[in-house]
Design a protein around this ligand. Structure first.
Ligand code: URP
Ligand code: ZN
Ligand code: ZN
Length: 471
Protein backbone atom coordinates (compact mmCIF):
# COMPACT_ATOMS: atom_id res chain seq x y z
CA UNK A 1 0.00 0.00 0.00
CA UNK A 2 1.19 3.54 -0.76
CA UNK A 3 2.48 5.47 2.24
CA UNK A 4 3.49 9.09 2.55
CA UNK A 5 0.32 10.59 1.15
CA UNK A 6 0.32 14.25 0.13
CA UNK A 7 -3.17 14.45 1.55
CA UNK A 8 -5.49 12.25 3.56
CA UNK A 9 -9.16 13.08 3.84
CA UNK A 10 -10.30 11.39 7.04
CA UNK A 11 -13.63 9.79 7.72
CA UNK A 12 -15.15 10.61 4.35
CA UNK A 13 -18.72 9.64 3.50
CA UNK A 14 -17.88 8.90 -0.13
CA UNK A 15 -20.76 9.02 -2.60
CA UNK A 16 -20.37 8.07 -6.25
CA UNK A 17 -23.09 7.47 -8.81
CA UNK A 18 -23.43 3.89 -7.59
CA UNK A 19 -21.76 3.46 -4.17
CA UNK A 20 -21.69 4.99 -0.72
CA UNK A 21 -19.05 4.03 1.84
CA UNK A 22 -17.12 5.50 4.74
CA UNK A 23 -13.34 5.56 4.52
CA UNK A 24 -10.22 7.71 4.36
CA UNK A 25 -9.09 9.02 0.97
CA UNK A 26 -5.35 8.98 0.27
CA UNK A 27 -4.06 11.36 -2.40
CA UNK A 28 -0.64 11.44 -4.00
CA UNK A 29 0.49 13.56 -6.96
CA UNK A 30 -3.06 14.81 -7.46
CA UNK A 31 -4.54 11.33 -7.84
CA UNK A 32 -6.60 9.18 -5.47
CA UNK A 33 -4.29 6.30 -4.51
CA UNK A 34 -6.12 4.71 -1.59
CA UNK A 35 -9.67 4.33 -0.29
CA UNK A 36 -9.48 2.53 3.02
CA UNK A 37 -9.97 2.92 6.74
CA UNK A 38 -7.15 4.08 9.00
CA UNK A 39 -4.72 5.15 6.29
CA UNK A 40 -1.24 6.24 7.34
CA UNK A 41 -0.42 9.90 7.81
CA UNK A 42 -0.64 12.46 5.05
CA UNK A 43 1.47 15.60 4.72
CA UNK A 44 -1.86 17.35 5.01
CA UNK A 45 -5.06 16.05 6.55
CA UNK A 46 -8.67 17.16 6.28
CA UNK A 47 -11.37 15.92 8.62
CA UNK A 48 -14.52 15.24 6.58
CA UNK A 49 -16.73 14.15 9.49
CA UNK A 50 -20.33 15.12 8.78
CA UNK A 51 -19.60 15.97 5.14
CA UNK A 52 -20.28 14.11 1.92
CA UNK A 53 -17.28 13.45 -0.31
CA UNK A 54 -18.58 13.84 -3.86
CA UNK A 55 -16.74 13.73 -7.19
CA UNK A 56 -16.10 17.31 -8.25
CA UNK A 57 -18.85 18.61 -10.49
CA UNK A 58 -18.39 18.78 -14.25
CA UNK A 59 -20.18 21.70 -15.84
CA UNK A 60 -20.50 20.45 -19.40
CA UNK A 61 -22.27 23.51 -20.74
CA UNK A 62 -20.97 26.94 -19.83
CA UNK A 63 -19.84 29.96 -21.82
CA UNK A 64 -16.66 31.73 -20.71
CA UNK A 65 -15.00 34.58 -22.58
CA UNK A 66 -16.69 33.46 -25.79
CA UNK A 67 -16.11 35.94 -28.61
CA UNK A 68 -19.29 37.98 -29.07
CA UNK A 69 -20.75 40.15 -31.81
CA UNK A 70 -19.59 43.78 -31.87
CA UNK A 71 -20.61 45.67 -28.72
CA UNK A 72 -21.21 42.66 -26.46
CA UNK A 73 -18.84 41.02 -24.01
CA UNK A 74 -19.22 38.16 -21.56
CA UNK A 75 -18.62 39.22 -17.97
CA UNK A 76 -16.66 36.07 -17.06
CA UNK A 77 -13.36 34.99 -18.48
CA UNK A 78 -11.57 31.76 -17.60
CA UNK A 79 -10.30 33.18 -14.31
CA UNK A 80 -13.54 34.52 -12.87
CA UNK A 81 -15.61 31.75 -14.42
CA UNK A 82 -13.51 28.91 -13.02
CA UNK A 83 -13.20 30.75 -9.68
CA UNK A 84 -17.00 30.77 -9.43
CA UNK A 85 -17.13 27.15 -10.60
CA UNK A 86 -14.86 25.82 -7.86
CA UNK A 87 -16.63 27.88 -5.20
CA UNK A 88 -19.78 26.04 -6.25
CA UNK A 89 -18.13 22.59 -6.19
CA UNK A 90 -17.41 22.27 -9.92
CA UNK A 91 -13.86 21.14 -10.73
CA UNK A 92 -14.09 20.66 -14.50
CA UNK A 93 -15.70 22.99 -17.02
CA UNK A 94 -16.41 22.44 -20.71
CA UNK A 95 -17.04 25.76 -22.46
CA UNK A 96 -17.24 26.33 -26.20
CA UNK A 97 -14.64 27.22 -28.79
CA UNK A 98 -16.98 28.94 -31.22
CA UNK A 99 -16.35 29.20 -34.93
CA UNK A 100 -17.50 32.44 -36.53
CA UNK A 101 -18.89 32.14 -40.05
CA UNK A 102 -15.95 32.40 -42.44
CA UNK A 103 -13.45 31.44 -39.75
CA UNK A 104 -11.38 28.27 -39.68
CA UNK A 105 -12.41 25.98 -36.84
CA UNK A 106 -8.78 25.43 -35.90
CA UNK A 107 -8.26 29.18 -35.64
CA UNK A 108 -11.25 29.38 -33.28
CA UNK A 109 -9.72 26.64 -31.13
CA UNK A 110 -6.30 28.32 -31.08
CA UNK A 111 -7.90 31.63 -30.07
CA UNK A 112 -9.85 29.93 -27.31
CA UNK A 113 -6.71 28.29 -25.91
CA UNK A 114 -5.14 31.74 -25.69
CA UNK A 115 -8.13 32.87 -23.63
CA UNK A 116 -7.89 29.92 -21.23
CA UNK A 117 -4.10 29.60 -20.87
CA UNK A 118 -2.79 31.27 -17.75
CA UNK A 119 -6.30 32.05 -16.53
CA UNK A 120 -8.21 28.87 -15.61
CA UNK A 121 -7.88 27.76 -11.99
CA UNK A 122 -9.40 24.37 -12.64
CA UNK A 123 -9.34 21.83 -15.45
CA UNK A 124 -11.19 22.33 -18.70
CA UNK A 125 -11.96 20.67 -22.00
CA UNK A 126 -13.51 22.38 -25.03
CA UNK A 127 -16.61 21.67 -27.03
CA UNK A 128 -16.58 23.16 -30.52
CA UNK A 129 -19.37 25.26 -32.02
CA UNK A 130 -19.64 24.59 -35.74
CA UNK A 131 -21.32 27.49 -37.52
CA UNK A 132 -19.73 27.20 -40.96
CA UNK A 133 -19.39 23.57 -42.08
CA UNK A 134 -17.43 24.14 -45.26
CA UNK A 135 -15.96 21.13 -47.11
CA UNK A 136 -12.61 21.98 -45.49
CA UNK A 137 -14.21 21.91 -42.02
CA UNK A 138 -16.13 18.70 -42.68
CA UNK A 139 -13.44 16.76 -44.44
CA UNK A 140 -10.27 17.91 -42.70
CA UNK A 141 -10.60 20.22 -39.71
CA UNK A 142 -13.30 18.37 -37.77
CA UNK A 143 -11.78 14.88 -38.12
CA UNK A 144 -8.36 16.24 -37.10
CA UNK A 145 -9.76 18.15 -34.16
CA UNK A 146 -11.74 15.12 -32.99
CA UNK A 147 -8.54 13.05 -33.09
CA UNK A 148 -6.77 15.78 -31.11
CA UNK A 149 -9.26 15.70 -28.20
CA UNK A 150 -12.20 17.90 -29.19
CA UNK A 151 -14.80 15.16 -29.41
CA UNK A 152 -18.06 17.08 -29.01
CA UNK A 153 -19.55 19.94 -30.93
CA UNK A 154 -22.61 22.09 -30.64
CA UNK A 155 -24.76 23.09 -33.56
CA UNK A 156 -27.58 25.63 -33.59
CA UNK A 157 -30.95 25.44 -35.30
CA UNK A 158 -31.50 29.15 -34.55
CA UNK A 159 -29.59 32.48 -34.25
CA UNK A 160 -28.74 34.04 -37.62
CA UNK A 161 -24.99 34.07 -37.05
CA UNK A 162 -24.82 30.45 -35.90
CA UNK A 163 -27.66 28.39 -37.35
CA UNK A 164 -27.17 25.57 -39.81
CA UNK A 165 -29.53 24.48 -42.55
CA UNK A 166 -31.08 21.01 -42.32
CA UNK A 167 -28.65 19.78 -44.98
CA UNK A 168 -25.68 21.17 -43.04
CA UNK A 169 -26.91 19.51 -39.85
CA UNK A 170 -27.01 16.17 -41.64
CA UNK A 171 -23.47 16.71 -42.93
CA UNK A 172 -22.14 17.55 -39.47
CA UNK A 173 -23.91 14.57 -37.90
CA UNK A 174 -22.38 12.35 -40.55
CA UNK A 175 -18.88 13.52 -39.61
CA UNK A 176 -19.71 12.74 -35.97
CA UNK A 177 -20.86 9.25 -36.93
CA UNK A 178 -17.74 8.49 -38.95
CA UNK A 179 -15.37 9.86 -36.27
CA UNK A 180 -17.27 8.90 -33.09
CA UNK A 181 -17.96 12.38 -31.83
CA UNK A 182 -21.02 13.71 -30.03
CA UNK A 183 -23.21 16.41 -31.58
CA UNK A 184 -25.00 18.71 -29.13
CA UNK A 185 -28.07 20.39 -30.57
CA UNK A 186 -29.65 23.72 -29.69
CA UNK A 187 -33.17 22.87 -30.83
CA UNK A 188 -35.42 25.82 -31.65
CA UNK A 189 -37.05 26.54 -35.01
CA UNK A 190 -35.47 29.71 -36.40
CA UNK A 191 -38.17 30.69 -38.91
CA UNK A 192 -40.94 30.31 -36.34
CA UNK A 193 -39.05 32.58 -33.95
CA UNK A 194 -38.41 35.18 -36.68
CA UNK A 195 -42.09 35.16 -37.72
CA UNK A 196 -43.37 35.47 -34.16
CA UNK A 197 -40.83 38.18 -33.37
CA UNK A 198 -41.98 40.22 -36.35
CA UNK A 199 -45.63 39.86 -35.28
CA UNK A 200 -44.85 40.96 -31.73
CA UNK A 201 -42.67 43.93 -32.62
CA UNK A 202 -45.10 45.11 -35.33
CA UNK A 203 -47.73 45.15 -32.57
CA UNK A 204 -45.45 47.30 -30.38
CA UNK A 205 -44.61 44.47 -27.96
CA UNK A 206 -41.04 45.08 -26.88
CA UNK A 207 -40.76 44.21 -23.18
CA UNK A 208 -38.45 41.33 -22.11
CA UNK A 209 -41.50 39.14 -21.38
CA UNK A 210 -42.15 38.89 -25.13
CA UNK A 211 -38.92 36.94 -25.51
CA UNK A 212 -40.82 33.96 -24.06
CA UNK A 213 -43.80 34.52 -26.36
CA UNK A 214 -41.52 34.62 -29.39
CA UNK A 215 -40.18 31.14 -28.55
CA UNK A 216 -43.09 29.07 -27.23
CA UNK A 217 -42.80 25.37 -26.45
CA UNK A 218 -43.96 24.34 -29.94
CA UNK A 219 -40.89 26.02 -31.43
CA UNK A 220 -38.61 23.88 -29.28
CA UNK A 221 -40.76 20.76 -29.70
CA UNK A 222 -40.63 20.93 -33.51
CA UNK A 223 -36.88 21.42 -33.65
CA UNK A 224 -36.30 18.68 -31.08
CA UNK A 225 -38.33 16.27 -33.17
CA UNK A 226 -36.47 17.30 -36.34
CA UNK A 227 -33.08 16.81 -34.68
CA UNK A 228 -34.20 13.36 -33.50
CA UNK A 229 -35.29 12.45 -37.03
CA UNK A 230 -31.91 13.55 -38.41
CA UNK A 231 -30.09 11.52 -35.78
CA UNK A 232 -32.16 8.49 -36.79
CA UNK A 233 -31.48 9.07 -40.50
CA UNK A 234 -27.73 9.43 -40.02
CA UNK A 235 -27.66 6.74 -37.31
CA UNK A 236 -25.65 8.71 -34.79
CA UNK A 237 -26.28 9.49 -31.11
CA UNK A 238 -26.93 13.15 -30.32
CA UNK A 239 -27.50 15.20 -27.19
CA UNK A 240 -30.21 17.85 -27.00
CA UNK A 241 -28.99 20.69 -24.78
CA UNK A 242 -30.90 22.96 -22.37
CA UNK A 243 -34.28 21.23 -22.63
CA UNK A 244 -36.86 23.51 -21.07
CA UNK A 245 -39.99 21.48 -20.38
CA UNK A 246 -42.75 19.01 -21.05
CA UNK A 247 -43.11 19.33 -24.84
CA UNK A 248 -39.48 18.62 -25.70
CA UNK A 249 -39.27 15.96 -22.99
CA UNK A 250 -42.15 14.08 -24.64
CA UNK A 251 -40.24 14.02 -27.93
CA UNK A 252 -37.07 12.78 -26.26
CA UNK A 253 -38.89 10.12 -24.29
CA UNK A 254 -40.66 8.96 -27.43
CA UNK A 255 -37.30 8.66 -29.22
CA UNK A 256 -35.65 6.84 -26.32
CA UNK A 257 -38.54 4.35 -26.21
CA UNK A 258 -37.91 3.65 -29.91
CA UNK A 259 -34.35 2.71 -29.00
CA UNK A 260 -32.74 5.85 -30.44
CA UNK A 261 -29.65 7.24 -28.73
CA UNK A 262 -31.04 10.65 -27.89
CA UNK A 263 -29.35 12.09 -24.80
CA UNK A 264 -30.63 15.21 -23.12
CA UNK A 265 -29.45 17.95 -20.82
CA UNK A 266 -31.38 20.37 -18.65
CA UNK A 267 -30.37 23.29 -16.45
CA UNK A 268 -31.34 24.98 -13.16
CA UNK A 269 -33.34 27.73 -14.86
CA UNK A 270 -35.90 25.17 -16.00
CA UNK A 271 -36.38 23.93 -12.45
CA UNK A 272 -36.62 27.29 -10.72
CA UNK A 273 -37.67 30.03 -13.17
CA UNK A 274 -40.82 30.52 -15.21
CA UNK A 275 -41.83 32.92 -17.99
CA UNK A 276 -43.21 35.13 -15.18
CA UNK A 277 -39.61 35.91 -14.24
CA UNK A 278 -39.24 37.72 -17.54
CA UNK A 279 -41.45 40.42 -16.02
CA UNK A 280 -44.63 42.18 -17.05
CA UNK A 281 -45.51 44.90 -19.54
CA UNK A 282 -43.51 47.54 -17.66
CA UNK A 283 -39.99 47.26 -16.41
CA UNK A 284 -36.84 45.83 -17.85
CA UNK A 285 -35.54 43.71 -14.96
CA UNK A 286 -36.94 40.58 -16.69
CA UNK A 287 -33.98 40.91 -19.08
CA UNK A 288 -32.00 39.19 -16.33
CA UNK A 289 -33.87 35.96 -17.09
CA UNK A 290 -33.84 36.14 -20.88
CA UNK A 291 -32.34 32.90 -22.11
CA UNK A 292 -33.17 30.42 -24.84
CA UNK A 293 -35.19 28.32 -24.69
CA UNK A 294 -37.04 30.51 -22.20
CA UNK A 295 -38.21 29.23 -18.82
CA UNK A 296 -41.79 27.89 -19.10
CA UNK A 297 -44.32 27.35 -16.29
CA UNK A 298 -44.68 25.47 -13.03
CA UNK A 299 -46.07 22.33 -14.67
CA UNK A 300 -43.03 22.24 -16.94
CA UNK A 301 -40.80 22.57 -13.87
CA UNK A 302 -42.49 19.47 -12.44
CA UNK A 303 -41.99 17.64 -15.75
CA UNK A 304 -38.27 18.48 -15.68
CA UNK A 305 -37.85 17.20 -12.09
CA UNK A 306 -39.71 14.04 -13.01
CA UNK A 307 -37.60 13.49 -16.15
CA UNK A 308 -34.41 13.97 -14.12
CA UNK A 309 -35.53 11.33 -11.67
CA UNK A 310 -36.62 8.90 -14.40
CA UNK A 311 -33.34 9.09 -16.29
CA UNK A 312 -34.64 10.87 -19.38
CA UNK A 313 -31.94 13.47 -18.79
CA UNK A 314 -28.33 12.34 -18.65
CA UNK A 315 -26.67 15.67 -17.88
CA UNK A 316 -27.41 18.67 -15.68
CA UNK A 317 -25.41 21.76 -16.70
CA UNK A 318 -25.57 25.46 -15.92
CA UNK A 319 -25.55 27.00 -19.43
CA UNK A 320 -23.76 29.83 -17.64
CA UNK A 321 -23.88 32.71 -20.14
CA UNK A 322 -22.60 35.68 -18.17
CA UNK A 323 -23.95 39.07 -19.19
CA UNK A 324 -24.17 41.74 -16.51
CA UNK A 325 -27.48 43.57 -16.20
CA UNK A 326 -26.28 47.16 -15.82
CA UNK A 327 -23.72 46.86 -18.56
CA UNK A 328 -23.64 48.43 -22.01
CA UNK A 329 -21.84 45.26 -23.19
CA UNK A 330 -24.37 43.05 -21.39
CA UNK A 331 -28.13 43.05 -20.89
CA UNK A 332 -28.41 46.74 -21.83
CA UNK A 333 -26.62 46.92 -25.18
CA UNK A 334 -25.09 50.36 -25.62
CA UNK A 335 -26.48 51.25 -22.20
CA UNK A 336 -30.05 51.13 -23.48
CA UNK A 337 -33.10 49.17 -22.54
CA UNK A 338 -33.80 47.48 -25.85
CA UNK A 339 -36.59 45.51 -27.50
CA UNK A 340 -36.59 41.87 -26.37
CA UNK A 341 -35.03 40.50 -29.56
CA UNK A 342 -31.86 42.55 -28.95
CA UNK A 343 -31.26 41.42 -25.36
CA UNK A 344 -28.26 39.06 -25.24
CA UNK A 345 -29.49 35.59 -24.37
CA UNK A 346 -28.29 33.70 -21.35
CA UNK A 347 -28.11 33.79 -17.59
CA UNK A 348 -25.37 33.16 -15.01
CA UNK A 349 -25.35 29.99 -12.90
CA UNK A 350 -21.97 28.26 -12.82
CA UNK A 351 -21.63 28.60 -9.02
CA UNK A 352 -25.22 27.85 -8.04
CA UNK A 353 -25.82 24.83 -10.33
CA UNK A 354 -24.91 22.08 -7.87
CA UNK A 355 -26.59 23.64 -4.84
CA UNK A 356 -29.82 24.20 -6.75
CA UNK A 357 -29.96 20.56 -7.80
CA UNK A 358 -28.82 19.32 -4.40
CA UNK A 359 -31.75 21.17 -2.86
CA UNK A 360 -33.90 18.66 -4.74
CA UNK A 361 -31.95 15.86 -3.03
CA UNK A 362 -32.57 17.51 0.34
CA UNK A 363 -36.28 17.62 -0.44
CA UNK A 364 -36.52 14.00 -1.62
CA UNK A 365 -36.99 14.80 -5.30
CA UNK A 366 -33.81 13.07 -6.42
CA UNK A 367 -31.43 10.49 -4.96
CA UNK A 368 -27.89 11.38 -4.04
CA UNK A 369 -26.57 8.88 -6.57
CA UNK A 370 -28.66 10.41 -9.34
CA UNK A 371 -27.26 13.81 -8.37
CA UNK A 372 -23.69 12.54 -8.84
CA UNK A 373 -24.61 10.79 -12.08
CA UNK A 374 -26.14 13.92 -13.61
CA UNK A 375 -23.54 16.41 -12.45
CA UNK A 376 -20.31 14.44 -12.74
CA UNK A 377 -20.31 10.81 -13.92
CA UNK A 378 -22.43 11.10 -17.06
CA UNK A 379 -20.80 14.26 -18.41
CA UNK A 380 -17.40 12.62 -17.82
CA UNK A 381 -18.46 9.56 -19.82
CA UNK A 382 -20.27 11.35 -22.65
CA UNK A 383 -17.51 13.91 -23.12
CA UNK A 384 -14.59 11.49 -22.94
CA UNK A 385 -13.13 12.39 -19.55
CA UNK A 386 -13.94 9.20 -17.61
CA UNK A 387 -12.41 7.65 -15.48
CA UNK A 388 -9.95 10.47 -14.89
CA UNK A 389 -12.96 12.62 -13.96
CA UNK A 390 -16.50 11.81 -12.83
CA UNK A 391 -15.93 9.53 -9.84
CA UNK A 392 -13.91 8.94 -6.69
CA UNK A 393 -11.85 5.84 -7.35
CA UNK A 394 -8.24 4.73 -7.09
CA UNK A 395 -6.53 6.22 -10.15
CA UNK A 396 -8.96 9.08 -10.65
CA UNK A 397 -7.95 12.69 -10.23
CA UNK A 398 -8.53 13.88 -6.68
CA UNK A 399 -11.24 16.30 -7.74
CA UNK A 400 -13.38 16.13 -4.65
CA UNK A 401 -15.98 18.39 -3.14
CA UNK A 402 -16.64 18.02 0.57
CA UNK A 403 -20.27 18.94 0.76
CA UNK A 404 -22.21 20.08 3.81
CA UNK A 405 -25.69 18.63 3.27
CA UNK A 406 -27.19 20.52 6.21
CA UNK A 407 -25.95 24.02 5.52
CA UNK A 408 -28.73 26.39 4.51
CA UNK A 409 -27.74 29.26 2.26
CA UNK A 410 -29.84 32.17 1.05
CA UNK A 411 -28.32 32.80 -2.37
CA UNK A 412 -27.01 36.34 -2.67
CA UNK A 413 -25.03 37.75 -5.56
CA UNK A 414 -22.74 39.60 -3.17
CA UNK A 415 -21.46 36.25 -1.90
CA UNK A 416 -20.91 34.69 -5.34
CA UNK A 417 -17.59 34.70 -7.18
CA UNK A 418 -18.57 35.30 -10.80
CA UNK A 419 -18.16 38.69 -12.44
CA UNK A 420 -21.86 39.18 -13.15
CA UNK A 421 -23.82 41.86 -11.29
CA UNK A 422 -26.81 39.65 -10.49
CA UNK A 423 -28.06 36.13 -9.95
CA UNK A 424 -31.55 35.09 -11.03
CA UNK A 425 -31.77 33.15 -7.75
CA UNK A 426 -31.26 36.10 -5.37
CA UNK A 427 -32.87 35.35 -1.99
CA UNK A 428 -33.70 31.70 -2.73
CA UNK A 429 -32.72 29.41 0.15
CA UNK A 430 -31.05 26.11 -0.64
CA UNK A 431 -30.22 23.21 1.65
CA UNK A 432 -26.69 21.97 1.08
CA UNK A 433 -23.56 23.86 0.03
CA UNK A 434 -19.92 22.97 -0.70
CA UNK A 435 -17.55 23.45 2.21
CA UNK A 436 -14.18 22.45 0.74
CA UNK A 437 -13.26 21.92 -2.90
CA UNK A 438 -10.16 20.15 -4.21
CA UNK A 439 -8.82 19.94 -7.73
CA UNK A 440 -6.14 17.28 -8.30
CA UNK A 441 -5.63 17.20 -4.55
CA UNK A 442 -5.09 20.95 -4.20
CA UNK A 443 -7.45 22.69 -1.83
CA UNK A 444 -8.96 25.61 -3.74
CA UNK A 445 -11.85 26.39 -1.42
CA UNK A 446 -11.63 25.91 2.34
CA UNK A 447 -14.58 26.44 4.66
CA UNK A 448 -16.30 28.22 1.78
CA UNK A 449 -13.37 30.64 1.37
CA UNK A 450 -11.68 30.89 -2.02
CA UNK A 451 -7.94 30.40 -1.51
CA UNK A 452 -6.77 32.37 -4.56
CA UNK A 453 -5.00 29.49 -6.34
CA UNK A 454 -2.55 30.36 -9.06
CA UNK A 455 -4.28 31.52 -12.24
CA UNK A 456 -3.43 29.07 -14.98
CA UNK A 457 -3.10 26.02 -12.71
CA UNK A 458 -6.09 24.54 -14.56
CA UNK A 459 -5.06 22.01 -17.20
CA UNK A 460 -6.53 21.49 -20.65
CA UNK A 461 -8.06 18.02 -20.96
CA UNK A 462 -7.90 16.41 -24.36
CA UNK A 463 -11.17 14.49 -24.47
CA UNK A 464 -11.45 10.87 -25.48
CA UNK A 465 -14.27 9.40 -27.54
CA UNK A 466 -17.76 9.53 -26.01
CA UNK A 467 -18.69 6.59 -23.84
CA UNK A 468 -22.36 6.07 -24.60
CA UNK A 469 -24.75 5.48 -21.73
CA UNK A 470 -27.62 3.03 -21.55
CA UNK A 471 -30.96 4.79 -21.91
O1 URP B 1 -29.80 31.70 -23.89
C1 URP B 1 -28.84 30.96 -23.87
N1 URP B 1 -28.98 29.69 -23.59
N2 URP B 1 -27.65 31.47 -24.16
C2 URP B 1 -26.46 30.78 -24.20
C3 URP B 1 -26.17 30.27 -25.56
C4 URP B 1 -26.85 28.97 -25.81
O2 URP B 1 -27.61 28.88 -26.73
O3 URP B 1 -26.62 28.02 -25.07
ZN1 ZN C 1 -27.90 26.86 -26.92
ZN1 ZN D 1 -25.33 27.63 -23.85
Amino acid sequence: MTTGYDLVIRNADVVTASERFNCDIGVKDGVVVALARELGAGAREIDATGLLALPGGIDAHCHLDQPMPEGLKMADDFLSGTRAAVCGGTTTVIPFAAQEKGQSLKAAVADYHRRADGRAVTDYAFHLIVSDPTPEVLERELPELIAAGYTSFKIYMTYDDLKLSDREILEVMDVARRNQALVMVHAENSDCIAWLTDKLTEAGKHAPKYHALSRPAAVEREATHRAIAFSELVDVPILIVHVSGQDAIEQIEWAQRRGLHIYAETCPQYLYLTAEDLGHEDGYHGAKCVCSPPPRDSSSQKAVWSALKRGIFSVFSSDHAPFSYDDPQGKKPGGEEVSFEHIPNGIPGIETRLALLFDGVSHGKLSLHKFVELTSLNPAKLYGLYPRKGTIAVGSDADIVLWDPLKQVAIANDALHHNVDYTPYEGRTVHGWPKHCLSRGELLVENGRYLEPEAGRGQFLAAGKPQYLDL
